[in-house]
Design a protein around this ligand. Structure first.
Ligand code: FAD
Length: 273
């Protein structure tokens, strides 16, 4: 194993892994306990009700909505789709808070997650720690407009390389500075938490989000808008497409329109339900 000066020098062209697209893993979704719903209906003599959706999130939001008016006995025709469409039309958005997903998002920059965590309501984040996790693997998110221009790309890569080299050197020297600290984990944390100050906004990060449908809708409306920054807009459009597949009765009112730069914008007649 190479040590000290034998270590091969950091070469940005070879060693920087450039990312341009976020990846979203839908790692969790709800399930319905049908027996418990039936038990509730029987206990309260509110009729024998069934829905026609197989999507738990749609099922549970309908139960929550129907509970408000105890409207299980004689539902209007049209099934779950019509019911949730009405919820969107009248803006009874609080029932959408009962639909929840767990999303694992990777390949995004720290500048994106700084914007993402501004969504305070109904969206809970857990993010990779730069204090505990080593950032010496060079993964950076490059904006499309820079990546597509060779001269801008060169300037960007040079800047990333300078920061990355500084990070590596600072970690090494800080570990030396803290060498008397017997706790290895603490020693590394102290070194990394100071060294990370030179890492750029482009640094790749990973974030786990638990969000309800109402919060996701607000996120999509604000961030899949033409006014949003491109990277987070791409993420918001990706999340929308996944959600339209997950729960079409809650998310199918959005239209996607292509913008001049080839990215997409989402719009809906039912903003901020
Ligand atoms: C294009 C764009 C540009 C932006 N530029 C900037 C910028 O320059 N600087 C900056 O700081 N931020 C900026 N933001 C972030 C923005 O101000 C919001 O913080 C972010 O979009 C989250 O929106 P939100 O507050 O609706 O979401 P959430 O925090 O999830 O809140 C959801 C909703 O709950 C309600 N709510 C939440 N908190 C409160 C409260 N305390 N009191 C009353 N009601 C509440 C509101 O109705 C709110 O819309 C920008 C956002 C966008 C989309």
């Amino acid at each position: 194993m190479p040590t000290g000066s034998e270590k091969s020098a950091f070469d940005p062209v070879r060693d920087v892994r450039i990312l341009r697209e976020p990846t979203v893993y839908v790692v969790g979704r709800q399930t319905v306990d049908l027996a418990e719903i039936d038990r509730f209906l029987a206990d309260h003599e509110v009729g024998s009700w069934q829905t026609d959706t197989e999507v738990a999130a749609e099922h549970l939001t309908e139960v929550a909505g129907r509970l408000c008016y105890l409207s299980f006995a004689r539902p209007r025709p049209g099934g779950n789709e019509t019911y949730l469409k009405h919820i969107l039309e009248v803006g009874h958005g609080s029932v959408l808070e009962h639909a929840v997903w767990n999303l694992l998002i990777v390949g995004v920059s720290r500048s994106l997650t700084h914007e993402l965590i501004r969504h305070r309501v109904g969206m809970s984040p857990s993010q990779l720690s730069q204090r505990y996790v080593d950032e010496s693997v060079a993964e950076y998110v490059e904006p499309d407009v820079i990546a597509e221009d060779p001269e801008l790309h060169r300037i960007w890569l040079d800047a990333v390389a300078i920061s990355h080299r500084a990070y590596l050197e600072l970690v090494e020297r800080l570990l030396e500075k803290y060498k008397d600290e017997p706790d290895r984990t603490l020693r590394r944390k102290m070194a990394r938490q100071a060294a990370r100050s030179v890492l750029p906004n482009a640094t790749e990060t990973k974030i786990f989000i638990t969000a309800n449908a109402r919060a996701l809708r607000n996120f999509i409306e604000l961030r899949a808008s033409r006014h949003a920054e491109v990277e987070i807009r791409k993420l918001a459009v990706k999340v929308l497409r996944l959600m339209q597949n997950e729960a079409p009765h809650i998310f199918s009112d959005y239209q996607l329109t292509e913008l001049p730069d080839g990215t997409f914008e989402a719009t809906t007649p039912h903003r901020k339900v």
